[in-house]
Design a protein around this ligand. Structure first.
Ligand code: B12
Length: 263
């Protein structure tokens, strides 16, 4: 019965039930004042968010970041970060709580519970907390060196910053370049430092084109350089790279093990 209703619906509107639902949700957002492009993005991201909800948290309260975002609750956010970062080693906290909690924050933004400014407020604070952990990790004075950062236009830094910290904790000398690094600047950095590897992340679809350009440019100037990718959209970068997978701790273990074994 449900199928035949859906079929009938499709005959009338020309869309299947899912598409009709999405268009309806978009229309509702637009009529509540959200610009059409932003409405389309929100609906797409919300649907991807359903997948993200399945991401498993093994520590802490995975909705705590999204809750602290609402109303810019500075004290609550500080408390949530201090409390959760104290639940285990940095590895355990990043994999078991922080990354799933960031996904939940994204879902809360996509479905309108958290505003753009509230999301920025939380992610800026998370970045400061991760940067503190990175700076507090002693830098090895010798051994393999890895350059870590993002391609031009990419600003989702939290994954690569956490990974840079994890690698440094394993005795790899990491040089962290940050987000939105132009191709020419990457090329210059590689030619100057001659690193043992480069790690970038591709957290969103928007990052794919810039990341591909960067990878191609590096392959041209340094064909023997090992370029590695993480982040949820890493599978879309296929040429001249090694994909590190989605488990950050396991990836850091593998890469550090391989680099240090060459010593
Ligand atoms: C924080 C955040 C921001 C912050 C970033 C601040 C900062 N300093 O990093 C700000 C506010 C700047 C921002 C901006 C935008 N954002 Co934003 N953002 C997020 C959020 C909430 C967390 C991002 C994050 O750190 N992810 C890190 C982890 C959690 O991500 P992951 O890529 O899934 O990676 C997994 C693994 O691959 C692994 N991993 C991650 N990194 C690495 C690295 C390595 C080396 C390895 C081995 C593994 C690994 O860990 C994860 C868990 O398994 C996400 C929500 C989400 N679902 O991730 C949205 C999200 C990424 N943003 C999104 C969007 C659309 C945007 C904007 C375009 C919004 C806009 N209209 O302006 C801009 C784009 C900015 C740009 N030019 O890059 C979408 C992307 C949609 C898509 N599929 O492309 C998301 C998914 C929104 C959502 N669903 O909630 N964002």
């Amino acid at each position: 019965m449900a199928d035949s209703l859906a079929d009938a619906d499709q005959q009338v509107t020309g869309f299947d039930a899912d598409t009709a639902q999405r268009l309806g949700d978009m229309a509702a957002l637009v009529s509540s004042g959200v610009p059409p492009q932003a409405a389309a993005l929100r609906v797409r991201v919300r649907d991807e968010g359903v997948e993200a909800e399945r991401m498993e948290a093994t520590l802490g309260d995975v909705d705590a970041l999204a809750r602290a975002a609402v109303g810019f609750d500075v004290d609550e956010l500080n408390r949530v970060l201090e409390e959760n970062f104290a639940l285990g080693t940095l590895d355990e906290v990043v994999d078991g709580w922080l990354l799933p909690a960031l996904h939940r924050l994204g879902v809360a933004w996509a479905d309108g519970r958290v505003s753009v400014a509230e999301e920025h407020f939380v992610s800026a604070s998370v970045q400061r907390r991760l940067a503190r952990a990175y700076d507090e990790t002693p830098r090895p004075s010798e051994g393999p060196q890895v350059l870590i950062g993002l391609a031009s236009g990419s600003r989702h830094e939290l994954g690569v910053l956490a990974f840079a910290t994890a690698l440094r904790q394993r005795g790899v000398d990491t040089v962290y370049l940050g987000g939105d690094v132009p191709v020419a600047a990457w090329v210059e950095a590689v030619q100057q430092r001659h690193p043992d590897g480069v790690v970038i992340a591709v957290p969103g679809r928007e990052d794919v084109v810039g990341s591909r350009e960067l990878v191609a440019a590096l392959a041209e100037v340094a064909p023997d350089l090992s370029v590695m990718v993480g982040g949820s959209q890493q599978d879309l970068i296929t040429d001249h790279v090694t994909r590190l997978g989605h488990q950050m701790v396991a990836a850091a273990d593998r890469l550090a093990g391989a680099l240090l074994a060459k010593l």
